[in-house]
Design a protein around this ligand. Sequence first.
Ligand SMILES: [Zn+2]
Ligand SMILES: [Zn+2]
Length: 294
Amino acid sequence: MSILGIHTSISGSIRNAVLSAEELGCDCFQMFSRNPRGWCAPALADSEARAFVDERVRTKMCPVVIHDCYLVNLAAENEEIWKKSIQVFRDELARAVMLGADFVVFHPGNPRSLGREKGIERTVAGLEEAARGLRLNGVTILVENTAGMGSALGSDFAEVAEIVRLARQRNLRMGCCLDTQHAFAAGYDIGDKKGLEGTVRYLEKTVGLEDIKVIHTNDSKVPLGGRVDRHEQIGRGKIGREAFKRLVHHPGLRHLPFILETPIDEPGDDLRNLAVMRKLMDGPKVRGKRARRI
Ligand SMILES: [Zn+2]
Ligand SMILES: [Zn+2]
């Protein structure tokens, strides 16, 4: 059974994320739990969280994934940024618990001159600090692989695996989120049949396939190894439609939730990308109320 979803908006109210996912015919979805571009966010009211949980139970969306705020840099060299990042990430975890989310996804940060090893240590220390004393009720933290811009961590799956391993030693529930565009931009040739096999073998060797919990399904505006985070609509980028067909049917990956973070350049692009994915996953049939009209 295929599990398909998309990143939906919380504009208006957080429960709208569930309603949008339902309207789009999704099985699961990702959202921000707050403004992703600011350090400060108003507290999440109990009533709002309850309304969200009710809708989620009614619609049986699973999993529910929260993407953390973009400013969080748990590898930050600057003490003030590091502390703020911990505070915001702690708030993300607390919100995830209130909302009954399954996963909180974060990007390993940028340690700049600290270097990779220290950066990884600092990230893990930051995670531990953020979760200290919180009852996480089964919320799992997912480390997302990155495109490899500048000195950011996580473009090599081995670094993602190392963060997961070290954070587990501090008793955190961890896993990994595989982003197809980031992997491709980081130089993993998932656009090619053999390249995908090689990438999956390397994933097995590093993070382990059982630790991948979500696949961010994005085509790429930049070529293989372009090292920039630029998502494209499925089939319109450098990875290509055929490659996504191989990905969604790969025996090691096909059971996973595929969640789109594709750009909406024109109204309806979200529906169109979901329909393309559903077709690749299940054949010509499309699900969902509005999807049938395509
Ligand atoms: Zn992503
Ligand atoms: Zn991205």
